[in-house]
Design a protein around this ligand. Sequence first.
Ligand code: FES
Ligand SMILES: [Fe+2]
Length: 352
Amino acid sequence: MFLRNAWYAGAWGHEVEGDKLLPRKLLGDAVVFYRKSDGSAAVLRDRCSHRFAPLSIGRKEGDCVRCMYHGLVFDADGVCVEEPGKSRPSPNLDIRAYPVVERWKLIWVWMGDPALADPDLVPDCHFQDDPAWASIPAYIHYDADYRLILDNLMDFSHLTFVHENTLGGSATIAATRPKIEQTDGGVRITRWYPGEPEIAPYLRGVETFQGPIDRWNIYELQIAGNVFLMDSGSAPAGTGAPEGVRVPQAMQFRATQIVTPEDEHHSHFFWTYAHNFDISNADLTRKLAARLTTGFQEDKDMIEAQQKVIDEYGEDGMGYIFADNGLALFRRLLRARIDAEQGQAPKLAAAG
Ligand code: FES
Ligand SMILES: [Fe+2]
């Protein structure tokens, strides 16, 4: 079950180059990405209207794609513009074209009603394309329902356990009660860990200061497009970070993590983890990205293992702990948005 009227991250811009036809499934729809002659991106349904051959094994010709089975040609609006042997193509051969915007290094695809595709609604992910911050675009494929990944993002208590030796490294994280707020478009979580004695394991060896640390994760998960935007970092303890002061030694990050459903059981995960210190040090940026990749692999291992158990036994009977408050709120809001889009009355929690 998906929210369709939203911009979804479909591909990194660098994945679609030259004459390449990139096949990908988004929200259960097989689509193909390519670039027109002016360099702008186009996305079509990856299915020829004739005998359903994938267009992604066809050929790009200028602004069009030719199906390499019997040669029909489609333009970027999905209009069939050529049928071999006829001066005009036969009727009813057009295919679906998806509205596209390329912004913040990503190609965004509108998966719902094209009349509602407003480019101003593309989520603001500028930190991954900002010269004052350094990051590397990355991607992970998941064999899991997108909602399990969103659950994981809404509950950072898992950092203490899943990421014991990487992103976490502190028992305080699991014990912390975050501030949870509903926003216009989703849920914001604020977590502070003041006066921590140790730096997080993934920052060992790259510290900009020594001594106790004020650590934080402040983030919002937006329902439209499943976009997670986080301000996180570590500052010398007592230098005013919780009050908004960020001294020059503070190691600040702006993470962007986007979960695009592939289908009901698989997901795409696009991410960057931008840092604002020593940004011309490409080795540092690579080292941090490699360590974060290790951390995100830990999430993938846990969530895919969880998915296998759910596949076998279902979700009935799951327990509820205080750490679930954020994810429960997010799931309720997501469900209400999907119900509203589908024209149903939102289901009332605990009705009766
Ligand atoms: S299947 Fe594409 S032209 Fe026949
Ligand atoms: Fe995690």
